[in-house]
Design a protein around this ligand. Structure first.
Ligand SMILES: *Cc1c(COP(=O)(O)O)cnc(C)c1O
Length: 358
């Protein structure tokens, strides 16, 4: 086989270690997974009934207009502005497939979500990496300075993964004002529901005002439906028309579509999830402070911690005690770990073992 050079240069995505695998490998029970920023509360009870009903029609191809209409209503846009995906990951890849050729480039920060680079290289294009500042902030001036006639996409993440930082209105206004019209700015907002910072951009407003922006969001995090694979993006209609040419038919399954629609209506569950996340973040930060451990202020449901030692070894040591966290070495931070917020008892168990190991 003659595999594309760009594909050979892709580093395979490493997912957070599954609970069942850890329990089997180490012969333990009740392992706690704080590695993939999942919702520890589960998902809305309204989802279950909807799924049972949807299962009756598994012989039919899916139809997901209902979910697109609900999302359109929520964001005050037309359903024509919305693309659904098998997770927002799939939509990120669709952008690359629609806009990138081997002669073109996409700009992203380093570190950033590994899926961007995978999407760009799968399309045969080149990723241009912009290091974060010393405070792990996005350097918008440097991003701008790297724009060339080859640039087609700029990937931004709000709040960022793995840092938890949000994009502020002031810096973004200055940035977006003179971005060339043939560049799409993708704002990945997988964690936006968790953010409490009042200065954070209202990304959809820019899109509605005519900026060349696509916003991606997901049901995998705050809504707790990671296993179903369902995400969406709000974008200019002209772009959605082109994306729909590339999108495979029936990319979102019928069960996921109705489950997401039910999840969207259950504000009570969403608020409970946000509440337990915020309390968990505040608790973890307070305790890490007491231990004099360096971590980054976060607007998401995870915390990036500087453990000042080899994170891969630390990750393995914690696994033996049944705590699954994420080493950030694959993100280029060999001395950092990322910990997702869990249930109160899971957070405590993490802290106990962390304090013992650090
Ligand atoms: C988790 C995550 C996603 C969501 O992926 P899905 O495919 O929707 O599950 C997207 N972007 C970032 C930065 C993430 O961390």
């Amino acid at each position: 086989m003659k595999v594309k050079k760009t594909v050979l240069s892709i580093k395979p995505y490493e997912a957070g270690k599954p609970i069942s695998e850890v329990e089997r490998e180490y012969g333990i029970k009740n392992a706690v997974k704080l590695a993939s920023n999942e919702n520890p509360l589960g998902f809305s009870p309204k989802v279950e009934g909807t799924i049972k009903n949807a299962v009756k029609y598994l012989n039919r191809y899916p139809e997901n207009r209902g979910l697109r209409e609900k999302l359109a209503e929520k964001y005050e846009v037309s359903p024509k502005n919305i693309i659904l995906g098998n997770g927002s990951d799939e939509i990120l890849k669709m952008f690359a497939d629609t806009l990138l050729t081997p002669e073109t480039e996409a700009i992203m920060t380093k570190p950033s979500f590994l899926v961007y680079d995978i999407a760009v290289k799968s399309a045969g294009a080149t990723s241009v990496f912009i290091p974060l500042t010393d405070n792990l902030d996005t350097d918008f001036d440097v991003i701008k300075s790297k724009i060339t006639s080859k640039t087609r996409i700029i990937f931004l993440t709000n709040p960022n993964n793995p840092t938890g930082y949000v994009i502020k209105e002031r810096e973004f206004d200055r940035f977006i004002a003179d971005i060339p019209e043939d560049i799409l700015v993708i704002i990945d907002e997988a964690y936006v529901e968790f953010a409490r910072d009042k200065e954070m951009i209202k990304s959809l407003m820019y899109m509605k005002e005519g900026a060349n922006i696509a916003v991606t969001r997901t049901f995998s995090k705050a809504y707790g439906l990671a296993g179903l694979r369902i995400g969406y993006s709000v974008m200019p209609e002209e772009l959605a028309l082109m994306m729909n040419r590339v999108r495979l038919p029936f990319n979102v399954n019928s069960v996921a579509a109705v489950a997401a629609a039910a999840a969207l209506e259950d504000e009570r569950f969403l608020n409970e999830s946000l509440d337990i996340t915020h309390k968990g973040i505040d608790f973890l930060c307070k305790e890490l402070d007491k231990m004099k451990v360096a971590f980054f202020p976060t607007q998401a449901n995870f915390i990036l911690i500087d453990i000042k030692r080899d994170a891969d070894a630390f990750f393995k040591a914690m696994l033996k005690d049944g705590i699954i966290i994420r080493s950030m070495s694959s993100y280029g931070y060999p001395n950092y770990i990322r910990v997702s917020v869990g249930l109160p008892e899971e957070n405590e168990k993490f802290l106990n073992i962390f304090e013992k190991s650090i």
